[in-house]
Design a protein around this ligand. Structure first.
Ligand code: MG
Length: 174
């Protein structure tokens, strides 16, 4: 019998998987800070962390994370069939499904998230670089998913700041 997962269970399952795979939300917040600090003089680490946590409440993001991590874990166990096993295990440079999954999940946060994701894909920084270069574990999908979370959190902050600015001008609550 299939189990119906409620949104709270899905969020918790996603956070558990990320933790199990060594992802640190504080480190993702550091990336968000670097991506947005030039546009927002009042930006704080806490605001970035809050944005990361909010992004992780979104179902499409959760689904992408669960799919990507599962494929990484199955590849680590040698449990996939060929040729997919080798493609993911070797992080084949032309594979591209890891980036495509991250890209698709980022669409909900607009063009700033998409452009930031492209930037992070090229300039792997912080935890993205750590995951990309970590030996002994397979993070073919996870590095892109971390970039996706950071990019979405950055896009979210950019739009929120504008809303805040506009509400002050109009003297209306956000
Ligand atoms: Mg990758």
């Amino acid at each position: 019998m299939t189990k119906i997962i409620n949104s709270k269970e899905l969020e918790e399952a996603t956070l558990v998987k990320l933790t199990e795979r060594g992802v640190d939300l504080e480190k993702i917040a550091e990336i968000v800070y670097l991506m947005q600090k030039n546009y927002n003089p009042n930006l704080t680490h806490e605001l970035c962390l809050d944005s990361v946590k909010n992004v992780l409440k979104k179902r499409e993001i959760q689904h992408a994370i669960l799919v990507g991590i599962e494929l990484d874990v199955l590849a680590e166990r040698g449990a996939l069939s060929e040729p997919l096993q080798s493609l993911i295990q070797e992080d084949e440079s032309l594979f591209g499904c890891d980036e495509t999954l991250a890209l698709g999940a980022s669409f909900g946060y607009g063009s700033i998230a998409i452009m930031t994701l492209g930037h992070l894909d090229k300039q792997k920084i912080g935890q993205i670089k750590e995951l990309d270069t970590k030996s002994g574990e397979i993070h073919t999908f996870l590095d892109d998913l971390v970039a996706c979370i950071a990019a979405c959190a950055a896009g979210r902050i950019a739009h929120q700041q504008r809303d805040l600015h506009d509400s002050k001008l109009l003297n209306t609550p956000v």
